[in-house]
Write a protein that binds this ligand. Sequence first.
Ligand code: SF4
Length: 369
Amino acid sequence: MPIAGIYGPDDFGPVHGQPAAHTRSRVSPAVRAPALPMPSLEWTPEVERSTAHLYERVKNVVSPVEWPFMAPYIKAINELKKTRDAVILAHNYQTPEIFHCVADIGGDSLQLAVEATKVKSSVIVQCGVHFMAETSKILNPHKTVLIPDSRAGCSLASSITGADVRLLRERFPGVPVVAYVNTSADVKAEVDICCTSSNALQVVESLNAPTVIFLPDQYLAKYVASKTDVKIIAWKGACEVHERFTGDELRAYREADPSVQIIAHPECPPDVLAEADFTGSTAHMINWVRDKRPRRLVMITECSMADNVRAELPDVEMVRPCNLCPHMKRITLPKILESLIYLREEVTVDPLIAEKARRSVERMINLKN
Ligand code: SF4
């Protein structure tokens, strides 16, 4: 069914973008425990020996020239995790040396949200973007949640505020609101339920409503609308990485090699999805590759995911139109190390906002279970 309408900040005038001061989550440099000494970062025979098993995991995508610069950080981070009683959660878009060598749990935002509820460690280091760290804090209010670089934002999360959701509710009274997890805590607190790209259709249909407001990704909204009879009212947000792909680009890959397989993320525009052999979330894309083992593959999503898959499945040749997420790439090994040494930067969410946002996230998680 076509989208019933797409709204954006211009439709609501100057109120957009003005969340109440108490609704903003904060990142503080607060240090609850003393900083630890900086470990040695020299490349030594001992570092080489103790990280050899980790290099095995990434040798297809990290060259032997690069490894001596990474390995000392990896060794230090893995040791500091124990000292700090910390767990590292890494999104699929993190680089291979982070995803395969220091992360305890990797996955898409749904997997990370679910795993965040099970961790026993007192500290969570979120290798991803800010809304993911906020979600971990919302689900783990008594744990210390750190993000190695608080500037790691997201064009979707910054496209809408809680005030915008309230205005949408005034315009469409009684219509339930679904928020993609790529939103701030302030927005999650105002909606009925959250979703990810893995479960967006299931969440929309679970509401048993003829019309649903779906925000903030207009392309994911269009994709869901194409799969359901529920009328979808969308928001004008977009992922700055996925909206840059074009159908022409995909057709050129297919003309160059008609046997190539193309898989795409539903945050891409409709003309891109129309050219793809498969559309799915990052987790669904990875499962598809594991299952089908294509000879040559174009993965229409953030670049690092292709590296992470290739590290695991070297027989799959990746043909990559490379779009990097500048926010995800703010997270690096040196910043993760500093995060553990200084316990920074700590993500906090106002408890009243967190309580309301938790309901929306847990409603989604319980639906899955
Ligand atoms: S890839 Fe897109 S949706 Fe994901 S964090 Fe970057 S800007 Fe946000």
